[in-house]
Design a protein around this ligand. Structure first.
Ligand code: SF4
Length: 364
């Protein structure tokens, strides 16, 4: 199944190329060579064009340009931070929840994000696709488990496959009676938007199942004109779009940037879905925020943004225990619980201005 469409020839992959383009300082070259020996680097021309050269604090640079800080593994960080491996019954499949699976088709991406939670398994030098035998075994597993309603294609980035191969895979999955939803997680619409052409869009639709696309973006500047057009091509084809973003220090961990990102999603017909707390991937502590800071930001968004723009703030619990919503709570119990099912307990509810109200209101 090793049929990746290689059209990203101008992608920067070596620290020396980043230095030559002014995207990393020459003084960092030796450290960056060490980073490159462990973690993949790829900066597409579209992403390179968004970076302000010479500014290491640039929010696009922080996501894609390697840093010596990646050489430091913090306590608690691990190669499999969300515990995929303990839920993998056959190669390429992660079956953590009863009604859905992850199907990891490829190990390559258009760009390599410096905070990637699969950074130990994605990139050149890693096995870059399932073998044909492993692919067939994975399909057999899906066929044999009729509780699987949704298949999430992830990886790596499934849109690195050629449209022809992707169409074959979509048809194979849609032919399974109980598979009703195929969700594709991708960074390609922002990182390599030209790949989202009419053939790719056609490949994403298959008779017998509904396709959803989850677009990964973390900063509003990622939506170049070309990226906006790529998203429009998907939406115009009737493919529902949702977002996934990671809360990242120095990238989007302030209210104004987050607000702008979420508004941009909705304007592009992408429903904000997940805002992930940064996973404990090795060498990523410089990009993580705290849960307390994340909750404060989310609480602030409640008053500033339409409900359409609100994502769910989630944490993947290390060890493979799945996602948990970790946003702030607006409800707490005011009275001791009633034992009578018909009478409402009394609660404190926080409104979007931070004021506390009692529910049900006291009779005057
Ligand atoms: S696109 Fe996704 S899988 Fe690929 S490097 Fe970025 S976060 Fe990791």
């Amino acid at each position: 199944m090793n049929r990746i469409d290689p059209r990203l020839s101008a992608t920067l992959r070596q620290p020396a190329e980043l230095v030559a383009r002014g995207l990393a300082p020459a003084s960092a070259l030796a450290d960056l060579e060490q980073v490159a020996a462990r973690y993949a680097i790829a900066v597409t021309p579209e992403i390179a064009a968004l970076i302000e050269p010479g500014d290491p604090a640039d929010p696009i640079a922080r996501q894609f340009i390697p840093s010596a800080e990646e050489l430091v593994t913090a306590p608690g960080e691990s190669a499999d931070p969300i515990g995929d491996d303990v839920h993998s019954p056959v190669a390429g499949i992660v079956h953590r929840y009863p009604d859905r699976i992850l199907f990891k088709l490829v190990q390559v991406c258009a760009v390599y994000c410096r905070f990637c939670f699969r950074r130990e398994t994605v990139g050149p030098g890693k096995p870059n696709a399932l073998s044909d035998d492993a692919y067939r075994a994975a399909l057999d597993y899906i066929r044999a488990n009729d509780g699987i309603w949704e298949v999430i294609l992830t990886g790596g980035d499934p849109l690195m496959l050629s449209p022809r191969r992707l169409a074959e895979i979509m048809a194979d999955l849609a032919a399974i009676d109980h598979v009703k939803i195929i969700r594709i997680h991708t960074r390609v619409p922002v990182a390599a938007p030209a790949r989202v052409n009419s053939e790719m869009v056609a490949a994403l639709k298959a008779q017998g199942a509904t396709t959803w696309v989850a677009v990964h973006a973390n900063h509003p500047r990622e939506f170049s004109e070309a990226a906006r057009k790529a998203c429009a091509r998907l939406a115009d084809a009737g493919i529902p779009l949702v977002s996934q973003s990671v809360l990242l220090r120095g990238v989007n961990d302030d209210a104004a940037t987050l607000e702008s990102l979420l508004r941009t999603f909705v304007e592009l017909r992408i429903k904000p879905y997940y805002l992930h707390h940064g996973d404990l991937a090795p060498g990523t502590s410089h990009l993580r925020t705290t849960l307390a800071h994340g909750q404060k930001l989310i609480r602030g968004l409640r008053g500033r943004l339409s409900g359409l723009c609100q994502p769910e703030y989630v944490l993947d619990i290390p060890g493979g225990h799945g996602k948990a919503p970790v946003g702030p709570s607006y409800l707490s119990q005011a009275d001791s619980p009633q034992h009578d099912k018909l009478s409402e307990a009394r609660y404190r509810v926080v409104d979007y201005c931070g004021e506390i109200h009692v529910y049900p209101p006291r009779q005057s």
